[in-house]
Design a protein around this ligand. Structure first.
Ligand SMILES: Cc1cc2nc3c(=O)[nH]c(=O)nc-3n(C[C@H](O)[C@H](O)[C@H](O)COP(=O)(O)O)c2cc1C
Length: 194
């Protein structure tokens, strides 16, 4: 299957450090790898309503949710490009992920079987210089990938506060050059030690 990367952008501003870093990493992808970029600020999704135990979720057929669902199902590689907000993903990113819970219960979608074996990646910009403060974001993405039976390629971190700062983080720019070239192992929960 030809590789197809979906970049889901979760910043709430247009001049986004996270997006700049993600684009630096994406520049290294071979030309025959398709790329789709969707900004959640430009394509907002509604709050998720949990109907899992009341009635069937139905497949969205129009609007931003349908766009995101179709793009998610079509991606071999899904990149969550969210700034670090309160040590985790941004609210718009989290809202998109919450919809996965509905898609998992939507008859006919086979959402979990479709995503299993595909690869989840993360890119984030943060103001803090010590990257370990992003551990909650990394854990969210790792555990979500493990739950879905996906591969996890890790999270590319970049430092910056105001727009453009990340382009001065030379270590992040160096990491970006090879980030998507790494082999992504099947994700495992932290308790899964075998
Ligand atoms: C709502 C909000 C929460 C933030 N929380 C954190 C945080 O927990 N840790 C941190 O290091 N930086 C935090 N920041 C700073 C951003 O991560 C930083 O400005 C980053 O460069 C923004 O990326 P963007 O340009 O892609 O939106 C926060 C910024 C905002 C607006």
């Amino acid at each position: 299957m030809a590789r197809r990367f979906l970049f889901v952008l979760g910043s709430s501003r247009s001049e986004s450090n996270t997006e700049m870093l993600a684009r630096r990493a994406a520049e290294q992808l071979p030309a025959d790898v398709e790329q789709q970029w969707i900004s959640l600020a430009e394509h907002p999704v509604p709050d998720f309503v949990d109907l899992r135990h009341d009635s069937d979720h139905t497949r969205p057929t129009e609007g931003n949710l349908a766009l995101l669902l179709d793009a998610t199902l079509a991606a071999t590689d899904l990149v969550i490009a969210s700034p670090l907000y309160w040590y985790s993903v941004s609210a718009s990113t989290k809202r998109y992920l919450d919809h996965w819970s509905g898609w998992l219960r939507t008859p006919g979608l086979d959402f979990k079987a479709t995503l299993a074996g595909r690869t989840l990646w993360g890119v984030t910009a943060l103001a803090h210089r010590e990257g370990e403060v992003a551990d909650p974001l990394v854990g969210t993405l790792n555990n979500s990938a493990a739950y879905m039976g996906m591969r996890f390629g890790g999270v590319l971190l970049g430092n910056g506060s105001k727009p453009g700062d990340v382009l001065r983080d030379t270590e992040a720019l160096t990491r970006a050059k090879t980030f998507f070239a790494t082999e992504a192992p099947l994700a495992r929960f932290p308790y899964d030690t075998e």
